[in-house]
Design a protein around this ligand. Structure first.
Ligand code: AMP
Length: 116
């Protein structure tokens, strides 16, 4: 069996992390190497490696993650201006192969680059 992802280890409290939100289906943690003053990751408990690996039966979970993302943005007080990013594949910068949504805020979004 494949080893648990680093995010599953965080979810299982095997390694420490700053947990900001959690519910039955997902967890939100502070990114360990923030690319913006607010940089949070919303992570499903179910270990889907990449967005393209999501199946029809994950539809409800994906919707839940979006709603959780909005909830976390509100909780953090950044709901007026935040950016949501999912990196899919190493070519797009994905480094942890357990689906996660980046929430980035309090950054100058007028910068033209699409990176963080
Ligand atoms: P990605 O490049 O889209 O796969 O994003 C992975 C993110 O996970 C990066 O922004 C990392 O800084 C972050 N990260 C990696 N390990 C940890 C950790 N132990 N706790 C919190 N964030 C992490």
């Amino acid at each position: 069996m494949a080893e648990d992802s680093i995010f599953t280890k965080i979810i299982n409290r095997e390694i420490p992390s700053e947990i900001l939100y959690e519910d039955e289906y997902c967890i939100a943690i502070k990114d360990i190497a923030p690319k913006a003053p607010t940089h949070v990751l919303v992570i499903p408990r179910r270990e889907i490696p990449k967005l393209v690996d999501a199946k029809a039966e994950d539809q409800e979970l994906l919707g839940h993650l979006m709603l959780a993302t909005a909830k976390v943005a509100k909780q953090l007080g950044v709901d007026d201006a935040f950016r949501v990013i999912i990196n899919n594949g190493s070519g797009a910068g994905q480094t942890v192969f357990h689906l996660h949504i980046h929430i980035l805020a309090q950054k100058n979004f007028s910068e033209s680059n699409l990176g963080f």
